[in-house]
Design a protein around this ligand. Structure first.
Ligand code: ATP
Length: 293
């Protein structure tokens, strides 16, 4: 896993504030977060040996984030120290689950192409590299190229879209996008399926919130339904999906089984508040595996 790590500061509000308005929060949670870190946590809970490489500042927030990962069995964190403050996400979650997030990304953007390449030069065939959109275009491309040269499986979760990802989509074996991202990436194409095919993506997965996920491969589409749940907070659901999927594939699962499990794991996470605190535990993932296989 090569991606970002943040301190998440989550405030629960009755409703999201309008521009210029101040509202009082009903609760405050501080936890480790960031798409790279979240997805590494989710991957390690499948039992896959997981290595997270993420940038962090030289400050108390970095120590907080590192401490939060110490209890994660099978997750090895490698910190790329940078001089910027540790990245932070300010998250507001309204009653009903709607959220608004502002993330800083100075540390994430500081990862160099050399660092990305050196980290991925240690990969071997059978390894899975999972990345997201927080690092720069050049660092992401450099990591993907190095992983490709080593024969590792490359997965890109297109969140967040902060730069044009289309030129490098074809470097990945699997691209995971939510519906909004898929629509953006498909601008100018007749459909997301056509856009991914034309970009040279062998397998695309579009997550569809309460409706589950759509697998697009070999010119066909397969829908994987999500279970009906009482959703209260969807923040981090996409990360549970991507991390669980990558972990299961690294452990040798078939794609269709891995997607079903990832959908169910993500759907479980939306029934509980906050980001990493809502993620299914290793025991819950094991129980889901037994129920599904
Ligand atoms: P987020 O940005 O909130 O982390 P996302 O936009 O990346 O999420 P979604 O497509 O909304 O991703 O959700 C990912 C997965 O989470 C879905 O495939 C589904 O399994 C689960 N999920 C999300 N919302 C719901 C819901 N309301 N009910 C059941 N499952 C859900």
């Amino acid at each position: 896993m090569l991606g970002n790590a943040t301190l998440d500061v989550i405030q629960r509000v009755a409703r999201l504030p309008l521009p210029g308005e101040t509202v009082l929060a009903q609760g405050l949670t501080r936890c480790a977060g960031g798409k790279g870190l979240n997805q590494a946590v989710a991957a390690s809970r499948t039992g896959a040996a997981t290595r997270l490489a993420a940038p962090a500042g030289r400050d108390a927030d970095a120590a907080f984030v590192a401490a939060a990962l110490r209890g994660e069995t099978g997750l090895d964190a490698h910190w790329l120290l940078c001089d910027a403050p540790t990245d932070m996400s300010a998250i507001w979650v309204a009653t009903g689950g709607e959220n608004v997030i502002v993330s800083s990304a100075e540390c994430a953007r500081s990862v160099s192409t050399d660092q990305a390449q050196d980290l991925c030069d240690t990969l071997t065939a059978g390894d899975v590299l999972l990345m997201q959109g927080n690092l720069s275009f050049t660092a992401t491309r450099s990591a993907a190229l190095a992983a490709q040269a080593r024969g590792a499986t490359r997965i890109l979760n297109t969140a967040p879209i902060a730069w044009d990802m289309r030129p490098i989509l074809g470097l990945f074996d699997i691209v995971i996008a939510n519906e909004g991202e898929a629509e953006l990436l498909a601008r100018g194409s007749p459909s997301p399926a056509a856009a991914f095919r034309d970009s040279g993506v062998p397998i695309a997965i579009i997550t569809r919130g309460a409706r589950g996920a759509l697998i697009i491969r070999d010119g066909g589409e397969t829908m994987v339904d999500a279970p009906e749940v009482a959703a209260i907070d969807s923040s981090g659901a996409g990360d549970v999906f991507a991390g669980t999927l990558a972990g299961l594939l690294a452990n040798g699962a078939m794609l269709s089984t891995a997607v079903r499990l990832a959908v169910n794991a993500a759907s479980l996470s939306v029934t509980r508040p906050n980001t990493t605190p809502s993620f299914p535990s290793r025991a819950e993932i094991t129980a889901l595996m037994e129920a599904i296989s």
